[in-house]
Write a protein that binds this ligand. Structure first.
Ligand code: PGA
Length: 239
């Protein structure tokens, strides 16, 4: 497993259901490999082997993993298989999977355990909907996602949390700098064991706001969707 303390910031590109071979070739021809930060690219799984990672700071990530270990589960990919392909990180519980694919906290907990057992660092995505935010339910929602989703085996050296308000994903909206800071501080206080976890922010991160977001003390990096598909944008964000 990678030593997270080797890096001060993490930038994770979530390509979602986008990209093809031509796109990947152009992307890695242009990617800034000189960044001192940890850069993780999560393509659709079939392309994981095409990610031009390096030993130092560019790594392949997956967007999901099976909750099962092996067996008759057509279409699934196990944590052991991802490890076999040199995957170092894996998103778990992204809101698009929670909303569209019935991802539950129970499944998430199993997935995180499988990943850790296979030396892959899970990036647990948590976040509230607009309605939940408007009803002042943010802390309650995040607490439930954390308490039910994080297994006992997790700690600050093997698990990362990404706070992604659902209303900020793909919308161009973001919380204010102060709101992000306050929520990250609150997440660390949900349980004593969370105090030293790396916490990333995600939701409409782009080159024009990434610097200010990363300067927040309680932010250890960003999870980037749309802007990670534009290599110039992504290069600006990771530099
Ligand atoms: P976005 O997506 O950067 O396009 O808002 C972030 C994410 O879904 O991880």
């Amino acid at each position: 497993m990678l030593n997270l303390s080797n890096f001060s910031s993490f930038f994770v590109a979530n390509w979602k259901l986008n990209g093809n071979m031509a796109f990947i070739n152009d992307y890695f021809d242009a990617l800034n490999t000189k960044s001192q930060n940890c850069v993780v690219v999560c393509p659709p799984s079939i392309y994981i082997d095409k990610i031009k990672k390096n030993q130092k700071n560019i790594f392949a990530g997956a967007q999901d993993v099976s909750k099962f270990i092996s067996g008759a589960f057509t279409g699934e990919l196990s944590a052991e298989m991802l490890n076999d392909m040199d995957v170092k990180f894996c998103l778990v519980g992204h809101s698009e999977r929670r909303q569209n694919f019935n991802e539950t906290n129970d499944n998430i907990k199993l997935k995180i355990g499988n990943l850790i057992n296979n030396n892959i660092i899970p990036i647990l995505c948590i976040g509230e909907s607009l309605e939940e935010k408007q009803n002042n339910k943010t802390t309650e929602v995040l607490t439930k996602q954390i308490k039910e989703g994080i297994p006992k085996i997790s700690n600050n050296e093997n698990t990362i949390i990404a706070y992604e308000p659902i209303w900020a994903i793909g919308t161009g909206l973001t919380p204010t700098i102060n709101e992000i800071d306050q929520i990250h501080i609150k997440i660390k206080k949900i349980d004593d064991s969370l105090n030293n976890y790396k916490i990333l922010y995600g939701g409409s991160v782009k080159s024009s706001n990434s610097k200010a977001i990363n300067e927040i003390d309680s932010v250890d990096g960003c999870l980037i969707g749309g802007a990670s598909l534009k290599i110039e944008e992504f290069n600006n964000i990771i530099s």
